[in-house]
Design a binder for this molecule. Structure first.
Ligand code: CUA
Length: 146
């Protein structure tokens, strides 16, 4: 093997180790939740809804569809820990909550989940960041943290 090929190979291995280390550090040390894909039979909802589980724990079931997120506006108190579920009713959509680490894809027939704690009050815009058709640029939602 050529010495330059070996360098590229070793550089790739080192970079992969660094990236994997960064993911493990963010999830284990910093406590960031990583998105998970749940089995299809967990898809027990067909409309978006917010459920309060206890004083500071919420569950939001999001549906992405052309070209809106359901529910569109959610209000929660500061410090709320939220289990966010996400699925799509049609094509693939993106789901990014600005100024957070929440970034998922909404896929038809699949259910994704992430847990996030909203410590800072404010208005968090949700945008679709995957081109999904003519109404893509208008596809947005909002989480208001009081
Ligand atoms: Cu939904 Cu872009």
């Amino acid at each position: 093997m050529d010495k330059y090929e070996k360098r590229v190979l070793y550089t790739g291995i080192v970079l992969m180790a660094i990236f994997l280390g960064a993911i493990l550090y963010s999830s284990k040390v910093m406590g960031d939740d990583l998105p998970e894909c749940l089995p299809g039979d967990a898809l027990a909802y067909d409309k978006g809804e917010v459920t309060q589980l206890d004083e500071k724990t919420y569950q939001i079931k999001y549906i992405a569809k052309m070209w809106a997120f359901e529910p569109r506006v959610v209000e929660i108190p500061r410090g709320a820990e939220v289990d966010i579920f996400l699925t799509s009713k049609d094509v693939v959509h993106g789901f990014l909550i600005e100024n957070t680490t929440v970034n998922m894809m909404a896929v038809y027939g699949a259910l994704n989940k992430i847990t996030y704690r909203f410590d800072k009050p404010g208005t968090y815009r949700i945008v679709c960041h995957e081109y999904c058709g003519v109404g893509h640029q208008d596809m947005a939602g909002v989480i208001i943290v009081k």
